[in-house]
Design a protein. Structure first.
Length: 257
């Protein structure tokens, strides 16, 4: 009978004893890796759930009262003058033992894009929800808090969602909401942009408001900010590109530069 041909009713030969042990041992690395990956994934999921619960308990009810809607990790509110965004941003370096997250605020003004011919609205779309990176005015909440710097909440397996929820609620009520309200109209946003040295965006905002003299002044200030120091050689071409663009922009809108 050929070696691999089984007689009727016979089971195939299986390794046993010493050889069976070797086969099982050879499978161990893969099995251990699968167990570790599953454990790691479960630990990260538990931390992510803590963050989700904290946001649900502390931040979401307050934003809901102000008619914010939610999409993914972004809360948004559409008003006639601006779109208001609140993003819960997780760190890309989160691990199974520690996760970090922060809150970023954003204000998007369609009127600014209208004067720059850079509307993000898709053709035929009745309504478009901008992303945080589309916002002309942005701020991470830590810079508004007493710490005065980029602040990230840290979550570990021992963290309590209720405690985090209280911190998030306080951060929004004391710092996030006042910043959003005070900058949500275009004149105040223009003032804020200038104060933060965002001269080009401030010029665009003033032009959208019909304040042409102010737009010209801010465009000149933007040029000064680009040329006040001798550029590092690799940056010279980039600065020249920006200078060419601001000259073209002023010429297109008939603004003195």
């Amino acid at each position: 009978m050929a070696e691999n041909v089984l007689a009727p009713g016979k089971r195939p030969n299986r390794p046993c004893g010493y050889w069976a042990g070797l086969v099982r041992f050879a499978d161990l690395p893969g099995l251990v890796e699968n167990v570790l990956l599953k454990s790691y994934s479960m630990a990260r999921s538990a931390l992510a759930l803590t963050i989700t619960q904290a946001v649900k308990l502390g931040l979401a009810p307050l934003l809901g009262k102000e008619k914010f809607k939610k999409r993914g990790t972004t809360f948004y509110q559409i008003t006639p003058e601006s779109n208001r965004l609140v993003l819960v941003e997780s760190s890309q370096w989160n691990s199974s033992s520690q996760s970090r997250f922060t809150i970023e605020l954003g204000l998007y003004f369609p009127a600014i894009d209208a004067v720059t011919n850079e509307t993000w609205t898709k053709a035929g779309a009745e309504q478009w929800n901008p992303k945080i990176y589309n916002c002309q005015l942005r701020q991470r909440i830590g810079f508004l808090m007493p710490v005065g710097r980029d602040f990230w909440w840290t979550v570990t397996p021992s963290s309590n969602a209720n405690d985090l929820a209280l911190e998030l609620a306080e951060a929004w009520q004391q710092y996030g909401a006042p910043w959003m309200r005070s900058n949500a109209d275009l004149p105040h946003a223009a003032t804020r942009l200038e104060a933060e040295s965002g001269f080009l965006l401030a010029a665009e905002a003033r032009l959208a408001l019909g304040e042409r003299a102010e737009a010209s002044r801010l465009a000149r200030q933007y040029v000064v900010s680009l040329t006040k120091e001798a550029p590092h050689p690799p940056n010279a071409a980039i600065i020249e590109k920006y200078l060419r663009e601001i000259r073209e922009w002023c010429a297109r809108h008939e603004l003195e530069l």
